[in-house]
Design a protein around this ligand. Structure first.
Ligand SMILES: C[S@@+](CC[C@H](N)C(=O)[O-])C[C@H]1O[C@@H](n2cnc3c(N)ncnc32)[C@H](O)[C@@H]1O
Length: 353
């Protein structure tokens, strides 16, 4: 399997091989990991974080074309409506602890953290649904009250902020603090909420959960298991969650079809390929049972505060959702139960009370 580590493409990209109605050509914006010359990298030391320098360089170089709907991030733009739909389906199963009060059933009460927000395709769309005031229209099914979006790429956060300022509603949320873009890591967010800063280990263990919903769209497959730990990364996502909150993400299964579709076809030279070459590394793809297993272990670790131990019951009671997604030309991305075993999929877990 080692030979399959050669960079190829995402399944979602394969599934989106529809005729492109480009306003701008895709080819000139494609970037490979090898041709990245100059990107601004964060000056902070990420040595204790989950961030891979290779991944950071790759995505930072795509910043200027991130919001081009026909550009290298086109697949992410197309997937966005399904993200809202999937979150709504999770919330329909059980709200977090901070449900709207009976006196104000329309109140939006969920504080979101979007980890690895990139240039803000999802974060901005969610921020747009935050009511401007209490008397505003009824919230959307995702019931956002605030959004904190983080990414380790300085270039992408800068691009995200610039784009957000163009929408008066979103700009108002940036000014009020209901919507924040932070050029930081998940590990730093957790450390900043800890009452203790003596050692990295202790700060993470005692971090105060702040968020009702943590989203992790198309990020897990960019955590390098050779230099980091997906289990630790997911555990930290769970640590950021309040009791009853949801961790919701999407990623790609590591199967032969996903190798052919996501790497061979989707990262083929233009005009066949639809994502930049080098975006994905098949060996980093993760299968649903792996994600579920890490989350079960992560729930136990997150419940272990150092004072009380997280027991097996924490994991046994886990609410787990998982469904595959396929792009249907002309119709967009669709949930296709069963396809999670061979391609793109959404997953979610609810933290116990
Ligand atoms: C494929 S993009 C997805 C962006 C965004 N979530 C979306 O779907 O529109 C992957 C993003 O993950 C970020 N990333 C990579 N490693 C990360 C890590 N260890 N922690 C947080 N973000 C990371 C990258 O900087 C990049 O913005």
């Amino acid at each position: 399997m080692a030979s399959l580590r050669a960079r190829t493409t995402p399944l979602r990209a394969l599934c989106s091989l529809q005729p492109l109605k480009r306003t701008t050509p895709l080819k000139p914006t494609l970037t490979t990991r090898s041709n990245i010359q100059s990107v601004t990298l964060p000056t902070r030391n990420h040595s204790t974080s989950s961030v891979s320098a290779d991944e950071l360089s790759h995505f930072s170089a795509l910043a200027s074309s991130w919001w081009d709907p026909m550009g290298p991030s086109r697949i992410l733009h197309l997937m966005n409506p399904l993200r809202h739909e999937f979150i709504a389906s999770c919330l329909a199963e059980g709200s977090t602890e901070t449900t709207p009060s009976p006196s104000n059933p329309n109140s939006a009460t969920f504080n979101y953290l979007d980890v690895g927000c990139g240039g803000g395709i999802f974060a901005e769309s969610l921020a747009r649904t935050i009511p401007l005031d209490a008397n505003g229209p009824a919230p959307t099914p995702t019931r956002a009250a605030s959004m904190t979006a983080i990414d380790p790429s300085t270039n992408l956060i800068q691009m995200a902020r610039e784009h957000a300022r163009m929408d008066p509603t979103v700009d108002a949320h940036l000014r009020s603090g209901k919507f924040k873009y932070l050029n930081t890591t998940l590990e730093d967010v957790l450390a900043s909420t800890s009452p203790s800063t003596t050692t990295p280990a202790s700060t993470i263990t005692t971090a105060t959960p702040q968020f009702d919903i943590v989203t992790l769209f198309e990020v897990l497959e960019h955590i390098d298991p050779k230099t980091s730990s997906p289990l630790t990364f997911l555990t930290n996502c769970l640590r950021a969650l309040k009791p009853g909150g949801w961790l919701i993400g999407s990623t790609i299964s590591r199967t032969l079809p996903s190798f052919i579709l996501n790497q061979v076809i989707a990262e083929a030279p233009w005009p066949i390929g639809v994502v930049p070459r080098g975006t994905h590394e098949w060996s980093k793809f993760v299968n649903p049972p792996e994600v579920k297993g890490w989350l079960q272990e992560g729930l136990m670790r997150a419940a272990d505060t150092g004072v009380s131990r997280g027991g097996a019951s924490v994991a046994e009671d886990m609410s787990w959702k998982c469904v595959g997604a396929i792009y249907v030309p002309g119709l967009g991305w669709k949930m296709v139960p069963g396809s999670e075993d061979w391609g793109n999929y959404f997953w979610a877990v609810r933290k116990g009370f």
